[in-house]
Design a protein around this ligand. Structure first.
Ligand code: ADP
Ligand code: MG
Ligand code: MG
Length: 881
């Protein structure tokens, strides 16, 4: 057990280490004491004792002696005596978790009082004495006896009402005394015991209550949710200072800078004649620092000076608690202040400019995860409305629109200039046109990497997926929760893709805060990062968005997205259902000019930057119309006896569908497998690419083309296609008499474990690698990425205890398994082809946790959705520092 001035922070390897021993509050109190701030004297019981108490339910022998000794030191230092009638030492018993757990832990104030002591104190200042007494009864009953404070708050409310008073400060000394009596009676009534008057009994019981609070249900749940280790809590025992002494006293909280926007100005709230917890409990409306300045300018001047001193010591924005006792200021707590992303950026840049921190520290001051906050509209913190359900926050941003339950309607509504939110059980590739006609997506199925989520993030559309409690009836066009219809087609709803919350009606939103400091901060990150940052972009618009966000190239252009456009699907279908090669080639000829134009547009936007184009990847049946609706229509026609043209058409398509259908389409006939059996498709795509390159280069565009073959598992799959496609490309260039300014590169995705394991072989043939971690993760775990999250993965992570898995491997890369395959690939690939460039284009390419690993294994770049590019820039800088 250590007195505040006996703790030597320099003996600890870091502030974190100090906090793990003495808790956050204890560490702060020791540091502030050392800095000479006015701190009420006290001592800290280290965290380890709460752990041993939790196990054995008793104290080690020396603990009681040390606590008693510490109380003696406290008496000597303060001149007050614990339990003494004349000069009573009153204490606060405070918890102190190593990592802040707001509202989870407990504090007892005004400890050491008895009625006799209160009586004696009342001779000097009656109102203060009786106020403190009734507060102590409540605090002890609430925290130590676990009754909660509500029974006492009720008494207080009734009491005030019966006397026609509104606020606690309107109550006089006698009334406070009466309240004390009522509280004592309540205590007896609730616990069938008298209030303990022995201060030592009070003290030991309170320490145990703080120990126990570490394992309270809510604290355990909070730790689990925030992945906080079982450190235990410290207990801080300190002399009370009284904000409720008189009107020259009070209590407050302050931030050394604004936590909302980072403005360099002390901000705070203060309550005159009150004790600390009143601020949180909201018993009265506090006043601001400006208002306090008018009443007590000296105090405010001191507050500013000391806030500044603290900030200079910690070199970061602080969040402090203060109390003023009869015109004398005390600090009771300091910790690093939580802040919005906007504030984090501004504070980092301001502190850099003021030479308080260096550039590297400034970069590290903004968490990459928070960057997204700056790029999307979000729900105003002032919004009072409550959500009806919550799903996975798949893609950030807050929007309000009319709920529409099918894609056709969505497109019509969009034409009529309606802002709509597409509400579906799930989405499929053919829903894409409906999705881009919407301003937001809400689904009841799927996880963070389901189709809806990936597409939404790609095009920067706010989305919530897997809102499982929402029963979506696509037929009736209603959505219910627990059997009750909450909204129907056409109703206004709002979704917040940052929190995953769904609301009925409109909500207040605020704009993204892109400021000058933000772009300065990003440029600073670029200076430190080693990883390149590219984007996954399928359209010129996406490429433009990504460029604005700082993308250095396209790491993945998915050509099938170009097939999905509404006016093209019929042509794609013609190609798929063609009965022979001749017919298929004719159908492909119609698609060629469309693809060529797409490439020309993209090359133009990406002038001078690399563009990796992936040849067709998904299985063909994905492009056919929805199977179920075809069956329904077909059956209806048959029942009617209508065997006309449409019937024949459907009959044919259904037959085709049956032919193409596979039990495990994602492990089936797709990627280079399709390329090898139907080379005419890839030939068309390469033709379109080369024609686009020729035309673009002639128009003065600097094209860096990288052609990527998906789903290679055996090197021969790659060799055969390269031998087929490369000479064709070369011949086309020769005929056009054009030498590409930059040699075309032929590479492959690494997304099948076998490809990773034989990377050395493949690297002899391929000029670059790009990890497709969505498939690689799916195949390494054998997890179907469209199903597992809802079925069992979330249970593995959140419900089963201890958890089977720590994280969702589709969100944060699985370092031990998938990561190992990546490492093998990089090492073997570079051995076979020194300097081969290796990137990643899976979803985790934009995930800060994964980026640290990808930096460490030495990838050349990450490629992510346009809207995640700034996040990746920041994360890559963090990884490099
Ligand atoms: P929390 O972690 O919930 O903020 P604290 O231990 O900081 O709990 O204390 C709760 C309230 O009691 C705070 O407002 C604090 O300012 C006040 N308080 C704590 N210790 C003292 C003390 N020695 N004198 C006066 N007020 C105190
Ligand atoms: Mg608390
Ligand atoms: Mg506090």
């Amino acid at each position: 057990v250590y007195m505040f001035d006996e703790v030597d922070p320099s003996k600890f390897s870091s502030t974190e280490d100090l906090k793990i021993h003495f808790g956050g509050k204890g560490a702060g109190l020791a540091n502030m004491t050392l800095l000479g701030l006015p701190i009420p004297y006290g001592f800290t019981i280290p965290c380890k004792y709460s752990l041993s108490y939790a196990e054995t339910n008793k104290w080690p022998d020396h603990l009681k002696d040390q606590i008693n000794e510490s109380i003696a030191k406290l008496e000597k230092k303060s001149g007050y005596i614990f339990g003494d009638i004349e000069k009573p030492l009153l204490l606060s018993i405070r918890s102190g978790a190593p990592i802040s757990m707001p509202g989870m832990m407990d504090t007892v104030l005004n400890l050491g009082m008895s009625k006799a002591i209160a009586e004696k104190m009342a001779e000097k200042n009656a109102r203060f004495a009786w106020d403190s007494w009734r507060r102590f009864i409540m605090s002890f009953s609430d925290i130590v006896k676990e009754t909660g404070r509500e029974p006492y708050d009720e008494i207080m409310d009734e009491f005030k009402e019966s006397r026609g008073k509104k606020l606690d400060i309107e109550l006089n000394a006698d009334e406070m005394k009466d309240l004390g009596e009522l509280y004592l009676k309540k205590f007896h009534e609730l616990l069938d015991k008298d209030f303990p008057e022995d201060p030592w009994e009070q003290l030991y019981a309170s320490i145990n209550a703080v120990f126990n609070s570490w394992n309270s249900e809510r604290a355990v749940a909070y730790r689990k949710m925030n992945k906080i280790p079982n450190y235990g809590t410290a207990v801080n025992v300190m002399r009370m200072v009284f904000g409720n002494l008189n009107d020259k006293s009070g209590t407050g909280v302050l931030f050394t800078r604004s936590p909302m926007d980072g403005e360099h100005k002390v901000m705070g709230e203060y309550l005159i004649n009150a004790q600390g917890e009143d601020v949180v409990a909201g018993v009265r409306t506090p006043i601001s620092m400006e208002e306090l300045k008018e009443e007590q300018p000296d105090i405010v001047k001191q507050i500013f000076e000391l806030a500044n001193l603290l900030e200079n010591h910690y070199k970061d924005m602080q969040d402090c608690e203060i109390t003023v006792e009869d015109g004398k200021l005390f600090f009771l707590q300091t910790r690093t202040g939580k802040r919005t992303a906007g504030a984090a950026v501004k504070i980092a840049i301001d502190m850099l400019d003021d030479k308080i921190i260096d550039e590297e520290t400034a970069v590290l001051r903004v968490a990459p995860e928070k960057i997204e906050e700056l790029l999307h509209k979000r729900i105003s913190p002032n919004e009072k409305k409550l959500p009806i359900v919550r799903g996975f926050n798949a893609s950030p941003g807050a929007v309000t629109g009319r709920a529409i339950f099918d894609c056709g309607r969505a497109i019509e509504e969009k034409r009529a200039n309606q802002r709509i939110i597409l509400v579906r059980k799930e989405t499929k590739p053919e829903d894409f046109p409906g999705m881009i006609a919407s301003i937001g997506i809400l689904t009841s199925r799927g996880g963070k990497t389901c189709h809806a989520a990936v597409v939404a993030r790609g095009i920067g559309l706010p989305a919530i997926v897997g809102a499982g409690e929402l029963e979506i009836d696509e037929e009736k066009r209603t959505a219910s929760v627990g059997g009750e219809v909450k909204f129907k087609e056409g109703d206004l709803i709002s979704i917040d893709g940052i929190t995953g919350n769904v609301y009925i009606g409109e909500v207040e939103v605020v704009d993204p805060e892109i400021t000058g400091e933000f772009s300065r901060y990003l440029v600073m990150c670029d200076k430190y990062r080693k990883l390149g940052v590219r984007t996954n972009a399928d359209t010129p618009q996406m490429a433009l968005d990504a460029l604005k966000n700082g993308a250095e190239g396209i790491g993945l252009c998915r050509t099938e997205r170009m097939f999905n456009a509404k006016d093209r699907l019929p042509k794609v279908v013609d190609m798929i259902v063609a009965e022979n090669l001749d017919k298929r080639e004719k159908a492909l000829d119609k698609l060629l000019p469309l693809q060529r134009q797409d490439f020309i547009d993209i090359f133009k936007v990406m002038d001078g930057k690399p563009v990796t184009v992936r040849l067709l990847d998904p299985p063909l049946h994905e492009f056919l119309p929805d199977y179920k609706s075809m069956v329904v229509e077909f059956t209806e026609l048959r029942v009617k006896g209508d065997k006309g043209k449409r019937f024949k058409e459907l009959e044919f398509m259904l037959k085709k569908y049956e032919e193409l259908k596979e039990e495990n389409a994602m492990l089936g006939h797709r990627g280079v497998r399709l390329g090898n059996t139907h080379p005419e498709i890839y030939k068309m795509q390469v033709k379109a690419l080369i024609e686009a390159l020729i035309e673009s280069q002639k128009a003065g565009v600097d094209v860096h083309l990288e052609i990527m073959l998906p789903l290679v598992s055996h090197v021969n799959e790659f060799i055969r296609l390269k031998e087929l496609l490369k000479p064709m490309a070369e011949e086309m260039l020769e005929n056009a008499d054009l030498v590409p300014k930059n040699p075309i590169q032929w590479g492959t995705m690494i997304e099948i474990p076998r490809a990773a394991l034989t990377a050395g072989e493949i690297a002899k043939e391929a000029e670059f690698f790009s990890f497709g971690t969505n498939d690689l993760t799916q195949m390494t775990f054998g997890f179907s990425r469209d199903d597992v999250e809802a079925k069992f993965l979330t249970k593995y992570i959140d419900e089963i205890y201890p958890p089977i898995m720590k994280d969702n491997p589709f969100e944060h890369i699985d370092i031990e398994g998938v990561g190992k395959l990546i490492e093998i690939t990089v090492v073997d690939g570079r051995k076979a082809r020194p300097g081969i460039h290796v990137g990643i284009c899976g979803e985790v390419g934009g995930d800060p946790h994964s980026i640290q690993f990808l930096h460490d294994v030495g990838l050349d770049y990450v490629s992510c959705s346009p809207f995640r590019v700034p996040v990746a820039r920041v994360a890559a800088a963090h990884a490099a520092i």
